[in-house]
Design a protein around this ligand. Structure first.
Ligand code: 3PG
Length: 210
């Protein structure tokens, strides 16, 4: 079950690839450092190609597509090999499409109204975006108390400093974020620095989740 994998891995690195070579380097670093998971933002220049190539070269990496805005994009991402679909917001048509295709979907939801819609659609995991700007862990705790069936994947402003706080809360299934495979570091080919960020996150997860 994909959500059990998220819970075990703890962190879902967000990748914004300019080209597939960057994506492959990033995937290799993740795979070698115990974070075999990533989501590719679908509005990035090399998103579709990167999903295809990572899926082929690293079949054991749990790869998904995020920032999905239309059914057409969801379809393209699935055809490229995305094993899950994530969105910043809640579009019931996209959610239903993914459910019909039996592809795990994590829509964005922040407010009680949106969270209730998520429950009505039969889902149990939401993307809480933008987490830090929307009240962070305190807000997630308040919502989790009111909606005990839900689990949360915070994204937006997560980093090595606040990661352990989020992961220590049992209703947080995993955190997603772009701080690990930093876009500027990739452009500067600072792979050592990226490896260090990935190792740091993997060690935080290990301390809390094992
Ligand atoms: C996303 O679309 O996944 C978010 O913009 C990532 O948020 P972050 O850059 O603050 O991690």
């Amino acid at each position: 079950m994909i959500f059990e994998q998220f819970s075990k891995i703890g962190v879902v690195p967000v990748l914004i690839p300019e080209n597939f070579k960057e994506a492959l380097n990033a995937a290799k670093i993740l795979f070698e450092n115990d974070l075999p998971c990533l989501e590719v933002v679908f509005d990035a220049p090399a998103a579709e190609e990167s999903i295809k190539i990572i899926g082929r070269e690293f079949p054991d990496i749990l790869i998904g597509a995020s920032r999905i805005l239309t059914i057409e994009q969801a379809d393209r991402a699935m055809n490229a090999g995305a094993k899950f679909i994530a969105a910043s917001g809640l579009n019931p048509k996209i959610v239903q499409y993914c459910l019909d295709e039996s592809v795990p979907v994590i829509p964005g939801a922040l407010t009680p109204t949106e969270l209730e819609q998520v429950l009505e659609l039969g889902l149990k995991v939401v993307r809480f975006f933008p987490a830090e700007l929307s009240g962070g862990l305190g807000m997630i705790k308040a919502m989790a108390e009111a909606y005990s069936e839900l689990e949360f994947m915070p994204v937006g402003g997560i980093n090595a400093k606040n990661l352990s706080g989020y992961l220590s809360y049992q209703k947080v299934i995993a955190c997603a974020g772009s701080w690990l495979i930093d876009k500027k570091l990739m452009a500067a080919e600072e792979w050592e620095k990226i490896s260090a960020l990935v190792k740091e996150a993997a060690s935080i997860v290990k301390n809390i989740r094992s």
